[in-house]
Design a protein around this ligand. Structure first.
Ligand code: 5GP
Ligand code: MN
Length: 320
């Protein structure tokens, strides 16, 4: 990252007093981890910080220090607004309603729209948490054990345990440095990647029972009724997409998750060579080449048909 941009950010953060930090809706480990890491680090040097996620902190991440301080709505005025792990402003949900454009955008998505006054975007970073691990010391901020735990959570969730195709030696070195603060990595790994509720596994069962395949594409759907049936509390896929993407002889896996009668969340995962971020971007979403998502207006049936058509056409183009 350009040193001048880092220096400018450092100066701005030093001058700021009331700081708002936000991240994206349906927050994942990198959203929560990056938000907490920046928020806690700024608090530790005496800043008045509010951390906001419009969907709150999911149960899986509530053990992280500071997660009980995260609000779903900002309160009051701020002299500095930072957004982390968020490629466009719509994805902050209602967290910035009524506020001016953010001062800072720290993100690793190649589809980032550079919406802030100052944009620190590194698309070769495996997680926003990896970027922050380098930036915090450059901003004169400490990485204590709880901050390292938040950052490691971001690193291991976005890389699904260091196994996504964008993994780098740097990411492992950053993780090793964070571990030096005393974080119990195996325990964190178990808690965030392996252990899941019985309801979540039942929810997987419903999704897996409906799986469809066409050539090298597999997909399934999860409806509001499915969630009600098994008592799954979230409105996400409980990471079922990561199971679909392990199916051999497929190039693209996708999942459609009904949010309301008229709005569907779609997640794509692909093998290298199939850039699903472009499809997601076409539908107003974004992400990475091999992992992307979008929220699309329409009924499940309508959205499914459009999404499958566009994904099939990417598959045929790419395999020709
Ligand atoms: P997931 O499909 O697991 O929600 O997300 C996969 C990747 O796509 C993540 O990097 C995530 O941040 C991004 N992503 C998912 N949904 C959206 C969306 O609606 N808009 C944008 N811009 N990115 C998304
Ligand atoms: Mn991320």
């Amino acid at each position: 990252m350009d040193n001048l941009l880092i220096q400018s950010t450092h100066k701005q953060l030093q001058a700021a007093n009331r700081i708002l930090v936000v991240s994206h809706i349906r927050p994942d480990g990198d959203a929560v981890g990056s938000l907490l890491a920046l928020g806690l680090a700024l608090q530790s040097v005496g800043k008045d910080v509010q951390m906001v996620l419009s969907d709150g902190v999911p149960r899986d991440f509530r053990h992280l220090k500071g997660s009980d301080k995260v609000l779903t709505w900002p309160q009051g005025d701020f002299d500095y607004i930072a957004v982390v792990d968020c490629s466009d402003l719509e994805r902050t949900g209602s967290a910035l309603n009524g506020y001016s454009i953010p001062d800072l955008n720290i993100d690793h998505h190649p589809t980032n729209l550079n919406y802030a006054r100052l944009n620190l975007v590194e698309s070769d970073a495996v997680a926003t948490a990896e970027m922050l691990s380098g930036y915090l010391p450059q901003f004169g901020l400490p990485i204590t054990k709880p901050i390292a735990e938040a950052l490691l959570t971001g690193l291991i969730t976005d890389t699904i345990g260091f196994r996504t195709v964008n993994m780098t030696p740097k990411a492992l070195r950053v993780a090793a440095d964070l571990m030096e603060t005393g974080v119990d990595l195996p325990a964190l790994y178990q808690r965030t990647l392996l252990s899941r509720s019985l309801n979540a596994v039942r929810y997987w069962g419903v999704g897996l029972s409906k799986i469809s395949a066409n050539g090298r594409l597999v997909w399934t759907t999860l409806t509001l009724e499915d969630r009600q049936q098994v008592g799954y509390p979230g409105r996400d896929d409980a990471d079922l997409i990561n199971v679909l993407s392990t199916i051999e002889d497929t190039d693209i896996a996708l999942i459609l998750i009904e949010q309301t009668d008229e709005r569907i969340k779609v997640s794509w995962r692909s093998k290298p060579g199939f850039d699903v971020s472009q499809i997601a971007l076409n539908f107003g979403g974004g992400g990475h080449k091999t992992a992307a998502g979008a929220e699309i207006d329409g009924s499940l049936k309508e959205v499914q048909s459009k999404v499958l058509n566009m994904t099939q056409s990417l598959l045929s183009k790419s395999s020709n």
